[in-house]
Design a protein around this ligand. Structure first.
Ligand SMILES: Nc1ncnc2c1ncn2[C@@H]1O[C@H](COP(=O)(O)OP(=O)(O)O)[C@@H](O)[C@H]1O
Ligand SMILES: [Mg+2]
Length: 297
């Protein structure tokens, strides 16, 4: 949130809105949450989506792809989004990622309507508060693993030496201590996704948005990445919203949002049957049987 743009917040820690940036509604809610000098925890969920709509123009016709999606995501939640192809899952993720604007409705992060932020603030918000993982990793081929992980920090202008240390630590955390200087083409598909996860985490985002992060991986490698996401959620408190076609993953998520025809058809919370988190100190990459992608692709 705006106040966090100058100093990154610890993961999962509510960030009070900055009254100079926020719409008046947000600042008044801050004021009301402070009584007799005592701070009451901010009741706003991490994300609140209200009646979100998205229309695209296609061959001169307007196609309504999201038809009023409402959703709340609490800090630290693990949420997956499932549904048939064309249901609007990626569109929802793009809007939540502030990569595109809705045609209607509101997206609030920690109480602040991000659809109303001016472009420069929106870019900082996206850079610092959100992490993205896509089906195809979108790593930069000419940079090694450490440099790829450093990239969001470079965009922000963080100090290089500190950033490099942080990137190396994160790569160790995702089990790639032995691949720091490899370029994407010298890594397997699973390793590439681990680098993408480390990159998504480098600025300690509140929320990771992942669109079919294992859609391109074999089942053993997918399983290792799924475990890693649970382990990162557990150890860092990072909130995950993951679009997936993986039944295995959906079966293990504590919350499953099912979409169809641009609407939320079902929003199911259930007792978590979490995967045994992968032990972060061991190298999960070494449990994978896959070949480096340079050979595979
Ligand atoms: N830029 C666009 N222009 C026109 N139609 C689009 C655009 N992006 C997505 N769509 C349409 O929106 C629908 C939902 O797409 P998407 O969100 O990618 O679905 P999902 O990720 O659930 O498969 C699809 O019918 C798709 O063709
Ligand atoms: Mg999609």
């Amino acid at each position: 949130m705006p106040s966090a743009m100058s100093s990154p917040a610890a993961p999962n820690e509510p960030v009070p809105p900055d009254p100079s940036d926020a719409p008046s509604k947000a600042s008044s809610s801050k004021a009301s949450s402070e009584t007799s000098g005592q701070r009451v925890p901010d009741p706003a969920p991490l994300v609140r989506v209200e009646n979100l709509k998205k229309r695209f123009a296609h061959h001169g016709q307007s196609v309504e792809v999201l038809r009023g999606v409402s959703l709340e995501i609490a800090r630290g939640e693990m949420v997956c989004v499932v549904g048939p192809s064309g249901a609007g899952k990626s569109t929802l993720l793009h809007l939540l990622g502030t990569l595109d604007l809705p045609s209607g409705g509101v997206i609030r992060y920690e109480g602040i309507d991000v659809t109303a932020l001016p472009p420069r603030k929106l870019a900082s918000f996206r850079n610092e508060k959100l992490g993205f993982v896509f089906q195809f990793h979108h790593l930069l081929p000419d940079f090694d693993a450490v440099e790829n992980v450093m990239m969001p920090g470079m965009i922000r202008g963080s100090g290089r030496a500190k950033l490099r240390r942080r990137a190396s630590e994160l790569l160790e955390e995702v089990g790639l201590a032995h691949r720091l200087s490899h370029r994407p083409g010298e890594l397997s598909g699973g390793e590439q996704q681990r680098v993408a996860l480390a990159r998504a985490l480098v600025l300690d985002p509140s929320l990771i948005l992942a669109d079919e992060p294992t859609g391109n991986l074999d089942s053993a490698t997918s399983e290792a990445i799924h475990k890693l996401m649970f382990a990162l959620n557990e150890s860092r408190g990072t909130t995950f919203l993951v679009v997936t076609h993986s039944r295995d993953l959906a079966a293990r998520m504590p919350r499953v949002v099912s979409m169809r025809d641009g609407r939320v058809e079902q929003d199911e919370r259930r007792p978590a049957e979490p995967m045994e988190p992968s032990r972060l100190e061991s190298s999960p990459a070494q449990t994978s049987t896959e070949e480096p992608s340079a050979a595979a692709s």
